[in-house]
Design a protein around this ligand. Structure first.
Ligand code: URA
Length: 232
């Protein structure tokens, strides 16, 4: 988590004008509002969340159950306005059971922090709940058999916006095969949940191509304006 000073330095480093976020709920461990949770604990979750988590944990819908160490359900604030949807757990996530805990996760933390958000103010999930061996791209059959879980998570969180990070998330949520560069910069609607979707580059891509940080910042600002518009 970046300090405010680091956040401003980050934005300055990528040449971006600074704004500050208002009206974001901020809470520390020990003073969590009812019905919300700190990452990674979901143990006090309502029954529907617990049932879904149990279903995912015992899932054998595709062959990935044979090679996973554990399922990676999702984490964060179950009442969040923002939902971040990634591709699939990597090796680090497979070991730890939490989404975006590896190098890409640190980049995601930076993106969130720059927007005045953190893992306690968003809900994070992936298209796949199991790690594909060798980090290969998910097969369509795997995405299809996992989709009911993400749909249920979206239905229960009811986010105001989904930030789809990377091509796999964008393609699965939008039933599109357009490149991320073409899908960015507009508000889409997820299929079939009907939630606003903003597409941006995957944090792992930013590690290789930091020049696109500015684009991601613009996408985050767009998502923020979508949420702002809904609150008017
Ligand atoms: N990349 C993803 O898309 N999701 C993760 O959880 C980790 C890396």
């Amino acid at each position: 988590m970046l300090s405010e000073r680091e956040r401003l330095q980050y934005l300055a480093a990528i040449g971006i004008e600074v704004w500050s976020q208002r009206n974001m709920p901020v809470f520390d461990e020990g003073e969590i509002p009812d019905g919300q949770t700190l990452v990674p604990s979901d143990r006090d979750a309502p029954a529907d969340w617990q049932a879904l988590r149990a279903k995912v944990q015992s899932c054998r819908n595709c062959e990935l159950h044979e090679t996973r160490s554990q399922t990676v359900f999702g984490a964060g604030n179950r009442n969040a306005d923002w939902m971040i949807v990634g591709e699939a757990p990597g090796a680090d996530e497979d070991r730890q059971g939490e989404p975006f805990v590896g190098a890409a996760g640190k980049m995601l933390d930076e993106i969130l922090a720059a927007a005045g958000l953190d893992r306690n103010s968003v809900y994070i999930a992936n298209i796949l709940k199991c790690h594909p061996p060798g980090n290969r791209n998910p097969h369509q059959t795997e995405a299809d058999s996992c989709r009911e879980y993400l749909n249920q998570q979206i239905a229960m969180v009811q986010p105001k916006v989904i930030l789809a990070v990377g091509a796999v998330a964008a393609h699965q949520l939008l039933q599109s095969d357009q490149p991320v560069g073409k899908l960015r910069g507009q508000t889409h609607t997820s299929q079939p949940a009907g939630v606003n979707v903003i597409v941006t580059y995957h944090p792992a891509y930013l590690l290789r191509s930091p020049v696109h940080k500015r684009d991601v910042w613009q996408d985050v600002c767009l998502a923020r304006s979508v949420i702002g518009g809904l609150q008017d």
